[in-house]
Design a protein around this ligand. Sequence first.
Ligand SMILES: CC(=O)N[C@H]1[C@@H](OP(=O)(O)OP(=O)(O)OC[C@H]2O[C@@H](n3ccc(=O)[nH]c3=O)[C@H](O)[C@@H]2O)O[C@H](CO)[C@@H](O)[C@@H]1O[C@H](C)C(=O)N[C@@H](C)C(=O)N[C@H](CCC(=O)O)C(=O)O
Ligand SMILES: Nc1ncnc2c1ncn2[C@@H]1O[C@H](COP(=O)(O)OP(=O)(O)OP(=O)(O)O)[C@@H](O)[C@H]1O
Ligand SMILES: N[C@H](CCC[C@H](N)C(=O)O)C(=O)O
Ligand SMILES: [Mg+2]
Length: 487
Amino acid sequence: MKALKDILYKVKLNAVIGDTSLQVNTLAFDSRKISDGDVFIAIRGSVVDGHDYISKAIDNGAKAIVCEQTPADPKPDITYIEVENAHAALAIMASNYYNSPSKNLKLIGITGTNGKTTVSTLLYKLFKAAGYKVGLLSTVKVLVDNEEYSATHTTPDPLSINKYLALMNESGVEFCFMEVSSHGIHQKRTEGLHFTGGIFTNLSHDHLDYHKTFEEYRNVKKEFFDGLGKDAFALTNKDDKNGMFMLQNTKAKHYTYALKSFADYQGQILENSLEGLLLKINEQEVWAKLIGSFNAYNLLAIYGAADLLGLEKLEILQLLSNLKSVSGRFQYLVSDQKITAIVDYAHTPDALKNVLQTINDIRTKNETLITIVGCGGDRDKMKRPVMGNIAAKLSDKVIFTSDNPRTEDPDSIIQDIEKGVEPQDYKKTISITDRKQAIKTACQMAEKNDIVLIAGKGHETYQEIQGVKSDFNDFEIVKEELIKMNK
Ligand SMILES: CC(=O)N[C@H]1[C@@H](OP(=O)(O)OP(=O)(O)OC[C@H]2O[C@@H](n3ccc(=O)[nH]c3=O)[C@H](O)[C@@H]2O)O[C@H](CO)[C@@H](O)[C@@H]1O[C@H](C)C(=O)N[C@@H](C)C(=O)N[C@H](CCC(=O)O)C(=O)O
Ligand SMILES: Nc1ncnc2c1ncn2[C@@H]1O[C@H](COP(=O)(O)OP(=O)(O)OP(=O)(O)O)[C@@H](O)[C@H]1O
Ligand SMILES: N[C@H](CCC[C@H](N)C(=O)O)C(=O)O
Ligand SMILES: [Mg+2]
């Protein structure tokens, strides 16, 4: 039990009706999760308005209601707290409820269109290898030191974030690396958290179904840096055209990394092959097992963050050279007949282009590059033809297929993708709606030394069709098919 007024510490209040010294149990923003003695926070969502569920919450036992508009008929034994922004109130209350767990560890937020999972997961691995207790909040999973929890979001809701951080406090975790998505910033899921540092990876066309314009998307990302305190660091990618924009209004100390311009963490690619990258970082050479120039940026961000968090430079370089790729991020196998299968989570035009350019930069022109790709349903539709165009232009053969169609018709998604293919590339492409069949066909087409890229689903272990999720794992399927075919 906690006093409501303590949970409301630092929340901007507009009006209060009733007693704030009352003791309450837990907080919930879903009326269906309310039980006796709880506080219900009414959120105006993208589908429904939580204010419509206030009476349901009271029926389920809520003693206090936090909302943006107090109902016209307040109940006498209920406390109503009217706030300016219920999303922000929820986040601040969640932090108060769990005793500000972000202040008891060093929390680093990683934001940007691509590379968040890679950078946060590799920072987790690097700090683990350096002997620390570490936490991770990522698209793929949540880790409280060695304890694993499944992830539902890239950036979870504020109650979940603070609950995990509190668990990290209990386990003695010193550093936590978390992905900060644009949805998360916009819905103020990270409000009230105390960040030791923020990292910007890059910005490209994504989530325009949600943010409407690129400017709005860019400004939302910047908001994260605007919110950092003066003791925090803000580490940005100076080669990205929006990199410096992110730092315009932050109080945090500015740091930069770059391959193409002068920066605090200056990198140079000396070698780039299917075996890895030879990099020079601030005059020191390091060999890394990660592939592709985009990973050089990720490695620079990791090096910079580890340095700013106090690790020894030489130790960081040694730890960097031991890092292996993250599951579904340029994860690859080489079959008996030397067919290279690569599974990558590239589900945006920029990421797909990067992966294909990476492969094209590295391969010799004798091998055939076969790409399998689709686009998710109920998400950004503008990216579909762009991804179709890129896949066809940068591959020798392409199979368009389904990603997670969700509630959309898979064939109409594929038609949207096909629209982007230029006439001279038509002959390279075929479409197979069933993703497993598409992978199988690619394996049949592939000959010795060829490369099969399966893009879009990476680490995902399911496929969602007509709202139904069933088991699906690109990496396992391609491995199985190649073995079955004795290839
Ligand atoms: C569009 C979006 O981001 N929605 C998120 C948002 O839900 P919402 O506020 O829109 O919910 P809503 O259904 O309109 O309901 C409004 C309120 O009424 C409440 N309610 C509803 C019904 C009821 O009976 N009683 C009740 O109290 C709901 O609990 C909610 O508080 O807030 C919820 C709680 O935090 C999230 O779970 C939910 O994520 C949905 C499932 C989602 O798919 N989000 C994706 C798009 C997302 O967030 N992705 C990002 C980034 C991905 C990336 O970078 O690639 C991520 O961080 O994962
Ligand atoms: N620094 C980078 N720049 C461009 N592309 C990248 C970078 N790092 C990774 N990628 C590519 O983008 C894909 C997504 O990478 P990652 O999962 O690390 O990003 P993310 O920001 O977590 O994405 P999401 O928003 O989907 O969670 C990878 O599969 C890889 O192909
Ligand atoms: N976090 C991203 C992941 C997209 C991955 C892709 N496989 C899809 O399902 O569309 C999203 O929800 O938009
Ligand atoms: Mg991610």
